[in-house]
Design a protein around this ligand. Sequence first.
Ligand code: AMP
Length: 219
Amino acid sequence: MPTYIVLIGPPGVGKGTQAKIIAENTGLPHISSGDLFRENIKNQTEMGMLAQSFINKGELVPDSVTISMIQNRLNAPDCANGALLDGFPRTPTQAKVLDEMLVQLNGKVTYVPYISAPSDTLIERLSGRLTCRAQGHIFHGKYNPPKVAGVCDLDGSELFLRDDDKVETVRHRIQVYTNQTAPLIEYYRQRDLLVEINGARPIEEVTSDLLKVLGTKQE
Ligand code: AMP
């Protein structure tokens, strides 16, 4: 049966960073709804234009757009053994839809690691976060600085501050998370899938706990 990992946690907790590492360790494709939207915005697709105004305000993109984007991605051949989902589902409604999509794919949600951290930590991390233009690799001015300022260590592209990582938008995103996404915690707890991990620690410690949860040996 395919393995589907749903990584949940507030914005800035390190989901994206951890997802990239975990995807490499498990060989599962990393599906980040935020990255998919940003790619569509960069390529100025119709979907990208539609999503952009919501994203820049820190609001959720409407379900009609988000769900079909994820459904297409999960049906791609590289997801035959499952996937690591980062940023989707973001509401209990999306979680129900995901359950239905996975039934169609003869699977179900296998693990739900929930990475948590206090709001102050999230604001500090997000407002110092640097994202790579080419592939979305993530750095931080203070906690995970690139070797050369402004340049991605991994692919040499420019690092930039996402529009939605500006302090005012960050505060709003955390509020949206509390109102709309936090109920997911209960959804998965009731299904006995949730495992909480303290995200207010160095990257390596969080990774090590995640790999333990997933039952994968660290390389
Ligand atoms: P992220 O990179 O996960 O922080 O996502 C960036 C932005 O993309 C979010 O603030 C939302 O505007 C939008 N987004 C990402 N995933 C979803 C989703 N599952 N549902 C609705 N909007 C989303």
